[in-house]
Design a protein around this ligand. Sequence first.
Ligand code: ZN
Length: 701
Amino acid sequence: MRLVLLFFTLITGLTSYAQSHKPCGTDVMMKMAIQNEPSLAKNLELFRLYTDSVAQNSELKNNTEIRLIPVVIHVMHTGGSNNISDEQIHDALRIINEDFRKLNADTSDVINEFQNIYADIEVEFKLAKLDPEGNCSKGITRTYTQLTNDAGENVKELVGWNPRMYLNIWVVSNIASGAGGYSYLPGSAPNNDGNAGIVIRASQFGSIGLSSSGNVSSRSMTHEIGHYLGLPHTWGGSNDNNLDENCDIDDGIEDTPNTKGSPQSCNAYQNSCGSLDNVHNFMDYSSCGKMYTEGQKTRMRSALDFGQPWHLAARNNLYTYENLMLTGTHPDYESLDCIANIDFESESPFTCSGQITDWKNLSSNYDLALSYLWTFEGGNPSSSSEENPSVSYENPGIYSVTLSIITTGGENSKIHENAIYVQDQSLVISAPSNKNFYSDPFSSTMDNFDDWYKSENLEGASWQWNSLGSNSNGGSIRIKSDDFLEPGPRKAYTATYDLSYVSAPCYMYYDYAYARKDGESSDQFQVQITDDCGQNWSTRVNKSTDNLTTVDANVYFSFNPIESMWKEQRVSLNPFVGSPKVQAAFIIEGSGGNFLYIDNIRFGVPNLSAEELNIANLNFKVSPNPNNGNASIEFNLLGREKIELILVDIIGNPIFHSELNYKAGQHQMDLNDLKPNLDPGIYYINYKIGSSFGTKQIIVL
Ligand SMILES: [Zn+2]
């Protein structure tokens, strides 16, 4: 209904709902865009004038030719589950195609009062089969970026196809404004509408995978495309539903009743402004949207006719014959020579015996696969013709995986030699335990308790053992993002620790040193923990360059930390106490950074003071004992400490005394060096760290 002509009144304010799905952010984003770029308001006005004229023009209004829109999905991910499957994408396309053609299964649920204006929009969507350069494509791009956790216009700078040719949809983990999704009305996107398209959370995209079959989750895309094609919310141009003052504004559409906008519920007979509300409308915030009206159809189809020379995302180019051929979406288009670029991954680079591992086809440069053939060394099954198969492994080891795809242009295949590491679950270290990196931890045999695992096969630097920088008596591991030749996370996985006999509170400690190289350094460091062999990971440390650095100044040349440049990090392991198999992953990604060093990882440490902890784990030994005055004294320090050593005879007279700083790690000295030529007898060596102490008896024969 058109009460007042407040067509695209923009009222700010993000609504917040304590629900799993999030509301739409369109009006907030549009207001921000217009503040930054006032000319966008004029574009919107031109669009309004145009749609008003179409609404009066019965010839344009009655045009019912199907409009086909080429679509590209940009998956913005950090690896793992947010790198959503092709299946979830196809499911999302299925839903919007049903909703825009009134082919959805719940059409009869719309109440009788609105059945007569329930429209088939006669608009269809198809994933592009050619990219803007004319390469074969599935209409899906995949970009690794942390911005997916804080997304908005920023992700559009990373990837975007010509908006005059494609409807761009960026699927992200989380939107910075808190919205579930947003789009811009025609003409109003930043960059003179060049940023047109939809940003949407993966959890509100389709009905499977990271999303769910709930009405709001599975149909958020339908709602956002409504905005992309010029529809405001049913109550008017604001983001805030269910307000009294919404009765005074309007959406500018003839047949949508005046409404305040539903709370997120479904009362089909709601009457909020003196007449029956169209609660089933996709552009309401109800939990049961399932229809567009004839008036909304006219608006959306007029948006598809709208396009002017200044308009960088002119919607009227999308469905032209030329564009449908250029994007490979026209039925006449035949792909003949597409050869797949093969790529694939599993959710986790390691697994345990008997556990199911899901493999995901991430290949590109083709639209239709004629067949898939996977080969799984050591796997059950050992081969599969499914696109995304599930496999389990019996025996520990490192196995290869091969994928071959036959497409219209022929066959291509790729092997990942170290595709999956099946861990030996019997190799478990009892916590508390420490890792001082005396020697290279990245053994290739993987048959040692102490072995670490590096999964990535990225070009350029990865985690390496070194003896140049260490806060213990051996070496440490280090990595430098300035030496990365391709982007992506570098991960190092610890051995498996048994926390069965450890009680809360309990921690992991490690020492680290890091320096910026220059102002361009941009690193992100995380520590993640799993207790189910990599099926789920919990992020316990997340630091960017500025809060990771342990030195104030930039270090341009190779960074070798001195003692004062090391810091200690404490990570609570309380959620994992009692678990028999706990592992940590040390993950860094970024560029232009200097070395990050990690040393002295103390895993599953109970809540003791550092002194108590060190004394308890000192493992002070004298051997042989008894001896002839020549014996080896050994101890192991978890962290750097000052240790006082006092050798006394049987009546307590001090014979030798020292007080020295020792690094973490294993230490050895000779009794002969403390005091040569001891007479036969009984002696005691007392060792003290702060106020904690211990004693060892020495017998000289
Ligand atoms: Zn909306």
